[in-house]
Design a protein around this ligand. Structure first.
Ligand code: ADP
Length: 158
């Protein structure tokens, strides 16, 4: 049976921290579905199309990677995709507490779905999409935090 993992997130926008988790997990799974979640209660800074577009650009040569989006429960998306793993990155103890709650609730709902955590690389421990958005919003250069080859600027925010 193929080891299919879903890597869910907002990717608003994608950062080098996300990219690192995804690339490092390529040896663990047969297929990784990067799933951009549309959360009704959370207004995104960039449009869904922009967020999906950057992910497509970044991983266009990776045949193990698929890009998708969803708006319901992550566990339902996983079931629809036959994925038995949810992949998440951990930066801090705050991430751990947050992820523990969600991971354990998901486990109760779908017992055979495992959440797999990768510790982030030390240099990305303080990197988040929200910091990147703040830099862009104030006209700063966020280039060093964004994957190589991807152009993201605040002018194109919705
Ligand atoms: P969400 O809104 O679901 O937290 P994000 O796009 O912020 O979505 O994050 C998606 C996943 O990527 C989460 O598991 C998050 O912990 C992880 N992640 C975010 N930033 C980093 C980083 N700098 N290093 C490692 N993992 C990260």
């Amino acid at each position: 049976m193929d080891r299919i993992a879903v890597f869910p997130g907002s990717f608003d926008p994608v950062t080098k921290g996300h990219e690192s988790i995804i690339r490092r997990s390529l040896t663990l799974f047969d297929k990784i579905i990067i799933a951009v979640g549309e959360n009704a209660g959370k207004q995104s800074y960039f449009t869904l199309d922009q967020r999906l577009g950057w992910l497509h650009e970044l991983f266009e040569n990776e045949n193990k990677i698929e890009i998708g989006f969803y708006s319901g429960l992550t566990v339902d998306f996983c079931r629809a995709k036959d994925a038995r793993f949810i992949l998440r990155g951990l930066r801090t103890s705050a991430d751990f507490e947050f992820e523990r709650g969600i991971g354990q609730m998901n486990k109760l709902m779908v017992p055979d779905l495992e959440t797999v955590f990768l510790l982030c690389e030390p240099e990305y421990a303080s990197l988040s999409s929200s910091i990147v958005r703040d830099i862009l919003r104030h006209g700063g250069d966020a280039g060093m935090f964004i994957p190589d080859g991807i152009q993201i600027s605040s002018e194109i925010a919705k």
